[in-house]
Write a protein of this length. Structure first.
Length: 204
């Protein structure tokens, strides 16, 4: 029997992020459970039909999809007032059409890359406990706040007191992310984990 129940309409609104070049497009649908960060069109073509479609627009520089929102980073020579409504309409129509957002298997593929990256870091037993503590603190306190700003943060490594994190989405290249990193995250980790001396970031 055909399902005649009409789906609730797709609602979409925009939210500013601390990065003036990125804007968050929030929908009333779950787009992707997890985080999908596309800096380059090549990765989007491989894994995300929505990302691919957005990259075809001349003013899109980066696409980050997480839960119910898409953060779009624009090329700096365009202004939001010229492109925001076009993007809003574009994303809304794409979601309404039921198009695939992120392909199956994306997270597993990214986790594998992550694992290969991480495998080059050998931790002693003592360090493993510190690393776990750092990861837990980032996941509990930092990630939710960063997600609200349309971005993501991932732990990368711990080496001789230096914690390296990867910034994604709106946080990447955001002028205020350095301040947040140094005053907020570094301060908290130093207080909670005395072994931490410094926090540095890489762009995802």
């Amino acid at each position: 029997m055909e399902n005649t129940a009409t789906k609730s309409p797709v609602m979409l609104y925009t939210e500013q992020t601390p990065n003036p070049e990125s804007l968050k497009f929030v929908t009333n649908r779950m787009l992707f459970k997890g985080t999908a960060d596309f800096r380059e069109e090549d990765l989007a073509i491989k894994w995300s039909p929505l990302g691919t479609a957005l990259f075809e627009l001349p003013y899109v520089k980066g696409v980050y999809i997480c839960n119910n929102f898409v953060s779009v980073t624009k090329e700096f020579n365009y202004s939001w007032e010229d492109i925001m409504l076009k993007l809003k309409d574009f994303i809304k129509k794409f979601v309404e059409s039921g198009g695939e957002i992120v392909k199956e298997g994306f997270e597993a593929a990214m986790a594998k890359i992550e694992e290969e990256r991480g495998a080059s870091y050998e931790y002693s037993e003592e360090e493993t406990a510190i690393v776990q503590k750092i990861k837990d603190l980032i996941d509990t306190y930092v990630k939710p706040a960063v997600e609200m700003d349309g971005g993501n943060i991932e732990f990368k490594s711990f080496d001789q007191g230096i914690v390296t994190v990867i910034l994604q989405g709106a946080c990447s290249g955001c002028p205020s992310s350095t301040v947040t990193l140094k005053s907020g995250i570094e301060g908290m980790l130093k207080r909670m984990v005395p072994e931490v001396k410094e926090v540095v970031s890489e762009m995802g």
